[in-house]
Design a protein around this ligand. Structure first.
Ligand code: UD1
Ligand code: UDP
Length: 411
């Protein structure tokens, strides 16, 4: 029988490797997009399990069932634990599955170790969210070095912005292997905002999950009103949404952050402060140290406007981001999402690899400086012009089509 080579062309085997909550959120739309092109690509999902509960929350939401789960997380893991376990476990999976191309995302230790494991097997690597830089390998630590190493290995670089492409060019990466795509997190955000909009059933589920994570019914009712508060003077109750987890902020940095939150919560009893806590014990210890019994909602006696709650699933978190007045965070992903929702972001870090938000005026660095955090939050709550100058809905990070562009490029 005559063979028809074009029909018989082998599908390309792509493997996506990720392990933490933000990588899962940002790779979910790309996985879905690959699955839509099943005639050309065989999609293999391998999770390292660097995170467990926080990763599983995202896998459930997007109905992603990994083909391989390295399940490496252990309590109090250090950087050597993560890297060595991934290198060893992934070696066997790569040998067995022989993918044509391995996708990694961003700057976690999963990304770096997975890229290295693929390189050891002579498998080309595609890097999503490539080219972000602070040029200081200790800030953020170890993410800056993770992404620099990944760039050295990658055969394809998907830069979210023009600036990130420039960073790669300056390091000698060839222009033909870089594509500017926008950030896939905006693909995800659009998808979720659309899903929540005009869907009262889903909104009820979100409120139920907020209740389960530790918010009271009264607070949920207060923040569910249509008109969102931007100022103290507004009739609705302002909401400050807080997250933190960076390794370089552990210890003293987090103590300063917590003291600033305490001062603010006492200064503004009419404002709600909600802090979904990362599961890392290094994040929870300083909260316990500064707030004592208040850390436990069951035994909270004072500060009835301050809530430490469990990490939220992505839907309720986006819901809170949409309803909040401002965000106080050291997160990378939230710096990209919140400006798209018109929310000012105060970043509790000294540097950022996302200068686009600073330039657009929607993001400001406050470090872990007690005075600066208190002053900037107060100013945003009290000074309407200042608030308006930061709250323009502006998203320099993408238009929701990054995943499509990535696939078009590798096709
Ligand atoms: C990791 C990434 C960081 C990323 C962040 C996103 C590295 C070195 N760090 O930091 O770049 O910004 O994820 O959140 O790659 N834990 C659980 N359950 C979970 C998740 C974490 O119990 O689902 C606890 C465990 O005790 C674990 C600890 O948190 O040992 C730290 O997790 P790890 O992934 O090492 O660090 P992150 O701070 O989460
Ligand atoms: N996020 C979430 N639930 C939370 C806090 C954050 O779903 O309780 C989402 C957030 O919207 C963003 C991502 O998690 O998409 C950011 O994760 P994180 O701050 O842990 O990591 P980073 O982005 O700094 O690497």
């Amino acid at each position: 029988m005559q063979s028809n080579t074009s029909n018989e062309k082998r599908r390309r085997k792509v493997m996506l490797v990720f392990g933490t909550r933000p990588e899962a959120i940002k790779l979910a739309p790309l996985i879905k997009e690959f699955e839509r092109h099943a005639e050309r690509f065989e999609t293999i999902v391998c999770v390292t399990g660097q995170h467990r509960e926080m990763l599983d929350q995202v896998l459930d939401l997007f109905k992603i069932v990994p083909n391989h789960d390295l399940n490496i997380m252990k309590q109090g893991q250090d950087l050597s634990d993560i890297t060595t376990r991934i290198l060893l476990e992934l070696r066997d999976v790569l040998k067995m599955t022989q993918p044509d191309l391995v996708f990694v995302h961003g700057d976690t230790s999963t990304s770096m170790a997975a890229a290295l494991a693929a390189y050891y097997q002579h498998i080309p690597v595609a890097h999503v969210e490539a080219g972000l830089r602070t040029h200081n390998i200790y800030s953020p630590w170890p993410e800056e070095l993770n992404r620099q190493i990944t760039s050295r290995i990658a055969s394809y670089n998907f830069a979210p912005t023009y600036l990130s492409k420039e960073n790669l060019l300056k390091e000698g990466v060839k222009e033909e292997i870089i594509a500017i795509t926008g950030n896939t997190v905006i693909d995800t955000l659009h998808l979720i905002v659309e899903r929540i909009k005009d869907n009262p059933l889903l909104q009820e589920e979100i409120k139920k999950s907020l209740l389960e994570c530790g918010l009271s019914q009264e607070v949920i009712d207060t923040i569910s009103v249509d008109s969102q508060a931007t100022q103290l003077a507004d009739p609705a109750r302002p909401l400050v949404l807080i997250t933190g987890h960076r390794r370089e902020n552990f210890g003293e940095g987090f103590i300063h952050i917590c003291r600033a939150i305490k001062t603010l919560a006492m200064k503004y009893p009419e404002v709600l402060f909600i802090y979904p806590m990362h599961l890392n014990p290094n994040v929870r210890k300083p909260i316990q140290e500064v707030f004592g019994d208040h850390f436990n909602p069951e035994r909270a006696t004072s500060l009835s406007n301050l809530f430490f709650i469990e990490p939220l699933e992505y839907l309720p978190f986006v819901f809170l981001m949409k309803q909040c007045t401002l965000v106080l965070t050291d997160s990378g992903g939230i710096q990209e999402e919140a400006p798209g929702l018109g929310k000012p972001v105060l970043v509790m870090r000294d540097t950022t690899e996302r200068p686009e938000g600073l330039e657009a005026g929607t993001v400001k660095l406050v470090g872990t400086n007690y005075e600066l955090i208190v002053t900037e939050v107060s100013r945003l709550l009290e000074d309407k012009d200042y608030y308006n100058s930061m709250s323009k809905a502006n998203n320099p990070y993408g238009d929701g089509k990054a995943s499509e562009r990535i696939i078009a490029f590798i096709q």
